[in-house]
Design a protein around this ligand. Structure first.
Ligand SMILES: Nc1nc2c(ncn2[C@@H]2O[C@H](COP(=O)(O)OP(=O)(O)O)[C@@H](O)[C@H]2O)c(=O)[nH]1
Ligand SMILES: [Mg+2]
Ligand SMILES: [Zn+2]
Length: 381
């Protein structure tokens, strides 16, 4: 991550375009300090009239990570609460007051919106924000004054624009089942690639271990552990491994991934009884159509932390991975790619391929190599 100071010119909205040197400008400032309208540091207003009037906002552009992000230095006082965006609905969002509790329906300060150039929404589910409560209709309402810098965003490109589905994700829980439905290691590999691409830590959870002999899983667990992945064997049914899963989720934001029926809801209920999620839902998530909802919902956990278990987010698989980069996301394949004879080696049919040699020597697991070949050949979904 690098931070560099950047000045941004933003235009005033039409309804704010009064003459710059309006009659009582100085007096208004004295009286109100422009707290309500312009809570900005480093703002200059020129007196050049309508056409050239812009404001210069000093912010920090943070590059690196999933997306460049502009954090604006707004003045925040004690009346601003620290909150977490639970979900976004069009122009408003639900924000949890992280210290006092309570969920507020919030709008976004207009200035923040004018700064948003390449994002569809300024605020995304998972954002850490500062917001001000607005007294009004009885239901808790507020206005978001600041969006804190993000890490770990799961994104999707829609019509050339990057859409952040959920942000500040600490880990992806890749949930599979040892049986019913049968274990699909290639599916684990795909979800691992999606996590690697998003630069979010994956945790592999194999559920329903009550249905099998755990010793059978040891070779597979060994392959993933050697690559540095955390693997948890769990059973929502018997409670096996649930305490370890809970410890892994405390205070973190976890996104749940995995196919239908593997026991995601059962596991989350076992981890936190207050979630009370419906089990065995006959869901729409297998219809991968355009009607699948992708509006992420953060569910607060009673022991601290959040979990996101939204069908459209769960299916996050290989949105933007191109075949040529697949190898770089296979932790076990990656060390060999630079040793191949051809710099553009695809590790599928070429001679003197260091990857294939490593497979022949048993340094790369056969099944992992096969799963690589499947993905490389475009078996992406
Ligand atoms: N034997 C066994 N069955 C489980 C376990 N976890 C969940 N199930 C069952 O698997 C089915 C699907 O569970 P559900 O939580 O709805 O899966 P989801 O679609 O991934 O959310 C239900 O019938 C659960 O009772 C487990 O650890 N062991
Ligand atoms: Mg479920
Ligand atoms: Zn090769």
């Amino acid at each position: 991550m690098s931070k560099k100071s950047r000045k941004v010119r933003t235009e005033f909205r039409k309804n704010r375009s009064q003459k710059a040197r309006g009659k009582n400008w100085t007096r208004q400032f004295d009286e109100h300090g422009f707290q309500e309208e312009d809570p900005l540091q480093g703002e200059r207003v020129s007196g050049k009239g309508d056409l050239s009037r812009r404001r210069t906002v000093v912010g920090e552009e943070i590059t690196g990570g999933a997306e460049p992000h502009l954090s604006v230095h707004l003045e925040i006082d004690e009346s601003c609460r620290a909150g977490r965006v639970l979900s976004v609905h069009g122009l408003s969002c639900r924000v949890l007051d992280e210290s006092a509790g309570g969920v507020y329906t919030c709008a976004v300060r207009r200035l923040l919106k004018t700064l948003s150039t390449d994002q569809r929404h300024v605020v995304a589910a998972g954002d850490r924000v500062r917001f001000r409560s607005v007294p009004g209709s009885g239901v808790p309402e507020g206005i978001i004054e600041r969006v804190e810098p993000r890490h770990g965003s799961l994104c999707r490109a829609t019509r050339g624009r990057q859409q952040i589905l959920v942000t500040n994700v600490d880990q992806v829980l890749i949930i599979t089942s040892a049986a019913e439905p049968r274990l699909k290691p290639n599916l684990i590999d795909r979800m691992l690639i999606a996590s690697e691409k998003a630069a979010v830590t994956p945790v592999i959870c194999i559920n329903k271990v009550d249905l099998i002999d755990r010793a059978e899983l040891q070779p597979l667990v060994g392959v993933y552990s050697r690559m540095g992945y955390r693997v948890l064997l769990v059973s929502a049914e018997t409670g096996f491994g649930i305490e370890r899963l809970r410890r892994c989720m405390v205070g973190r934001e976890s996104v749940v991934a995995g196919q239908s029926g593997v026991g995601k809801s059962s596991l989350l209920n076992a981890v936190d009884g207050q979630l009370d999620l419906p089990v065995s839902e006959v869901s729409h998530e297998t219809q991968k159509g355009r009607h699948t909802t992708t509006t992420a919902q953060l569910l607060p956990l009673s022991f601290g932390g959040y979990v996101v278990d939204t069908p459209g987010i769960r299916q996050f698989q290989l949105w933007d991975v191109i075949p040529e980069e697949v190898a770089s996301f296979y932790r076990d394949v990656r060390p060999y790619v630079s040793l191949c004879r051809y710099p553009d080696c695809t590790h599928t049919h070429e001679e003197d391929c260091a990857v294939k040699n490593a497979v022949a020597d048993g340094r790369i697991d056969d099944r992992r190599y096969e799963s690589y070949c499947h993905l490389f050949c475009g078996d992406m979904v």
